[in-house]
Design a protein around this ligand. Structure first.
Ligand code: B12
Length: 584
């Protein structure tokens, strides 16, 4: 066992927490009082529970189809759910489930929202907004920004009232929210919300997770996905006695390891009482943005393989198809329906291949992932125990993990990690590889454009991410470091005042901000306002996904020029590097 890991985890041990068991019980009491709405979908197709529908699909060898939908306003969202049903009726393409992607602001209790930068997607307010979302017989899942957020109680209670068969997403519990710092209360409300869902065991409502939103989204090794699923399952199922499922896949691409992770988790965790997997997300990481139509090719191939895997292993895994415009911005309803059509035709194609396939090399990976995943989990439990964490208490477990730097999770618990967090991945993840390639391409381009070696020597630069996206941040930090800068990586979920504080502490005026959630323009205005009040000179530069839903619009618009008009450098790396190099 790695002593460095033990010491790090020991430093995170929480104090003064109530017992997890009592918090869970409070949640169960709340849950028992909740009356659940029976969905239009169950009503129309005559199933008692959504799980009965999935089991029926497994028996018939059919695939369950799902999409994520998060439009600009509640009105558009409800209208689009109706349109989805009309689309299904008109075309015969199947789409049974919609995951509701509300605004990340839903994760914040109301009183914190006014000062938070505004991201994309709609906000729900009051139980009616949850109940009235059901405008057509399609099963709705409320998961993103619900159960694991500081606003967990409001969102979980309403999701259960609306009859959501899964409520999630566990893995988002460590995400930060602008302006919210009471992590203790956050974790208490999260565990209480698990208790609420737990009370609906007989109605077959489960707590849902999504690996890629959690610590595995920071991983270099696919083994971490399996080990982490075992850890979450242990806390939610074994300690909280609550049904647990997880989805995965958005950040993975290479088919063998991607699907093998799902099968490994299924074989390790599914029982007759509870299936382990909820959905396989379409991959979002290798899409093209210079020729969008080309993404149909990549999605079609992927969906076909996912269909083959589901038909063979019968995991009840819904296929969550991803629009070809995913890389650019939040997809429109039409883009989502289009990819469902691709899915329907890819499934037809899959059936031709079925009896020609030899799965032996795939199954070797599954076996390896199962073995390695178990070792990861055992090592994680040993490190936690050795560090004095009460591994029987779900609240203490989540509070400890919440305090962890997500970039250190894998190296802390991976049984293969060496000194100083070094790790040679067994099955490398796509984003880890991509970030390294992008750095090398950008550095080569800068050199070709005349930026001299060590151009930023002697310059100290603070760089931070305004939300949870981390790989862009890694690229910027490593590019600037290659140019000779002394780079301070401020980490993720850094709000404007914290970014300025960090620059002040480090004694630098250069602040780089990476943003992706559509809050770039708001972030730019807020940081400049605060900077003006501090009466100090700062040079701020931004990058990532610089778009926003402007008032009255339904789709995001690029706001790079608007940000530049405010006086922030926001274009390509060349401008940013020249700005840092050329200002005194
Ligand atoms: C990976 C990813 C995630 C991961 C992040 C994991 C992690 N550890 O980072 C997960 C799954 C957790 C995630 C979650 C969410 N995501 Co996301 N995510 C992506 C995805 C697929 C790739 C982003 C990425 O890392 N790319 C690789 C890096 C290396 O590239 P990059 O970030 O573009 O960086 C390049 C440049 O932009 C530049 N750059 C980046 N930052 C900076 C900063 C400076 C100063 C400079 C100079 C340059 C620069 O440098 C890089 C090299 O050129 C994109 C879609 C896509 N394919 O782009 C969506 C995307 C960014 N996500 C999106 C959204 C909405 C979310 C969520 C809000 C969704 C939700 N669940 O509700 C959450 C929010 C999470 C949070 N806490 O903030 C949207 C944003 C929509 C928009 N603005 O229109 C996108 C576009 C997907 C979509 N179409 O809806 N996401």
């Amino acid at each position: 066992m790695n002593q460095e890991s033990v010491n790090y985890v020991r430093s995170l041990k929480p104090t003064g927490m109530p017992s997890g068991a009592s918090v869970l019980e409070e949640g169960r009491e709340i849950g028992r009082e909740i009356k659940m709405k029976r969905s239009l979908f169950l009503e129309k197709y005559g199933y008692d529970t959504y799980e009965d529908f999935i089991q029926d699909n497994i028996k018939k060898g059919e695939i369950t189809w799902e999409i994520f939908m998060g439009l600009a306003t509640l009105k558009e969202q409800k209208e689009a759910i109706k349109q989805a049903y009309e689309f299904v009726q008109r075309t015969g393409v199947r789409l049974e489930t919609i995951e509701i992607i509300s605004s990340p602001l839903m994760a914040l209790p109301k009183e914190y929202r006014e000062n938070a930068p505004k991201p994309t997607s709609f906000v729900m307010d009051g139980t009616e907004d949850w109940l009235e979302m059901q405008t057509a017989p399609i099963e709705l899942i409320f998961a993103d920004h619900h159960l694991a957020s500081p606003n967990a109680l409001e969102t979980t209670i309403n999701a259960v009232k609306a009859g959501s068969p899964r409520v999630g997403l566990v893995s988002q519990f460590f995400w930060g929210q602008p302006g919210f710092t009471d992590h203790r209360q956050h974790m208490i409300d999260f565990v209480k919300s698990i208790g609420i869902v737990s009370s609906k065991w007989d109605d077959h409502i489960s707590v849902d997770s999504y690996m890629d939103d959690g610590f595995p989204g920071y991983a270099m090794d696919c083994v971490t996905y399996v080990g982490y699923a075992l850890l979450e399952h242990y806390i939610v199922h074994d300690l909280c006695h609550t049904r647990y499922q997880t989805g995965l896949g958005g950040l993975l691409k290479e088919q063998k390891s991607r699907a093998a992770i799902a099968v490994a988790i299924h074989e390790l965790l599914s029982t007759d009482e509870q299936r382990a997997l909820s959905y396989m997300n379409g991959s979002t990481v290798t899409q093209w943005d210079h020729d969008i139509t080309a993404n149909y090719g990549s999605s079609g191939e992927e969906i076909m393989f996912d269909c083959l895997v589901e038909r063979k292993y019968k995991m009840g895994l819904a296929l969550n198809t991803i629009a070809i415009t995913e890389r650019i911005a939040v997809p429109t309803a039409q883009a989502l329906f289009d990819i469902c059509s691709v899915g329907a035709r890819a499934l037809e194609g899959a059936l031709y291949w079925e009896d020609m396939l030899d799965w032996s090399s795939f199954e070797e990976i599954v076996e390896e992932l199962k073995k390695e995943g178990k070792l990861f989990f055992e090592n994680a439990m040993n490190v936690l125990k050795e560090a004095g964490i009460n591994t029987e208490d779900p609240l203490e477990m989540f509070m400890t993990l919440k305090s962890m730097n997500p970039n250190r999770f894998e190296a802390t618990f991976h049984h293969r990690a060496g000194a100083k967090g070094t790790l040679t991945p067994k099955f490398p993840t796509v984003l880890g590889k991509q970030a390294v390639e992008m750095r090398d391409e950008i550095v080569a381009e800068m050199k070709a454009r005349g930026i001299e070696d060590n151009a930023l020597a002697g310059k100290k630069v603070v760089v931070a991410s305004g939300d949870g996206h981390t790989y862009g941040l890694i690229v910027v930090c490593t590019v600037l470091a290659e140019m000779g800068a002394d780079v301070i990586n401020g980490g993720v979920d850094v709000d404007p005042p914290t970014a300025l504080d960090l620059a002040d502490e480090e004694g630098t005026k250069y602040i780089g901000v990476s943003v992706h959630n559509g809050q770039g323009l708001d972030y730019a205005k807020q940081i400049l306002d605060l900077a003006a009040k501090r009466d100090k000179e700062y040079h701020i530069f931004m990058g990532g996904k610089l778009n926003a839903i402007l008032p009255g619009d339904s789709v995001p618009t690029d706001v790079t020029d608007k940000i530049k008009e405010l006086g922030i450098t926001a274009e390509d790396f060349y401008d940013q590097i020249c700005m840092i190099r050329d200002t005194e």
